[in-house]
Design a protein around this ligand. Sequence first.
Ligand code: PMT
Length: 403
Amino acid sequence: MGLLQDRRVLLAVSGGIAAYKSADLVRRLREAGAAVRVVMSAHAQQFITPMTLQALSGARVRSDIFDAEAEQGMGHIELARWAELVLVAPATAATLARLAHGHADDLISTLWLAAPGRKALAPAMNQQMWRAPATQRNVEQLRADGVLFFGPEEGEQACGDVGPGRLREPQALLLDLARALAPQDLRGVRVLLTAGPTQEAIDPVRYISNHSSGKMGYALAQAFADRGATVTLVSGPVALAAPVGVEVQRVQSAAQMLEAVQAGVAGQDIFVACAAVADYRPVSVAPRKLKKTENPGALMHLQLEPSTDILATVAARRPRPWVVGFAAETHDIEAYAQAKMQAKGLDMIACNDVSRSDIGFSADDNALLVLWPGGRRELATASKAHIAQGLVDTIIDVWRSKV
Ligand code: PMT
């Protein structure tokens, strides 16, 4: 199952230099399992040919509202009704203006008015045009009409300017679409997660940590939030933006993570421990930087003590949320994971093979074996966003069958 399996997306390409990115977007949408129809403005065809988008989408590309042959297949009203979501990407300043004012004078603006499904715009234009009061008035109007905005991004522009107005990258647009089309079946469900590594200080400049990037935990938090859950994420130090709609509490050490989890766990329905928490920490933290010049060439001995197991602590509470742990293993994965699930008293465990460089720590992809008493499910290698959707589906299926 792809991230957008069988979802029906109508992509409208308007005429800006960023139109070349729509080829990559169409390819990614198809790979994610979506059915894609493409329409183009006359100006868009100056930047990319209909043939390219037709080959990638597998369907005829339309650009003219008065196309007798196309109307014999799927008429423009039918096409508008067919789409679960209409995305205009790139959306130029002129297109924004026409859509904000309800013009129906070309194929894109007509489809826009006739489409009953969700609508989204991915703007792309010169930064001054984006900042112009007229454009901002149009954006405000469209937002008030319930239109979703994906971007624009800030950065260097094709014209040499720097500022807001770059089209969001195709992969980010794919995730935006998955979010916009997710069912809202977890409204009222409260979820607490941990993610990322912890850092255990040795002295003011050094620490013990691990290779966790936080990508898996952040993707999970996003997947829960996309379905309407109220999500709190306790995160170790990572270089990731907060997932949309998620409350993030940033901590550094295992002790701080434990404190934040204990403060937030009451009243949660589900707890998922995805963080790679340090199992040991220095017994004492040197108040000043340890200088190698003080004992040149001598061995340094660090005394370590075990940190509290956050997952086991939550699982031992009464009352407690439904508890899902992770297991990072390099061998005998299933046996170790089963033992961890029993020893910590978990409702479910998701194990990954961290001996591989293509999945697990830091990688963009992962693969999981999910175990619970009396059941198992394998989630084959895919992007962490995709794996997160599969794990959320699995957690919700089993959780709903038990509570
Ligand atoms: O962050 P990424 O780069 O995306 O990588 C994702 C990941 C590999 C870190 C993630 O998928 C993963 O496996 N997380 C768990 C890592 C881990 O610490 O596994 P473990 O087998 O050592 O611990 C078992 C469980 O106990 C985990 O749920 C862990 O969060 C929890 N634990 C461990 C020690 C401790 N003191 N407190 C805990 O809560």
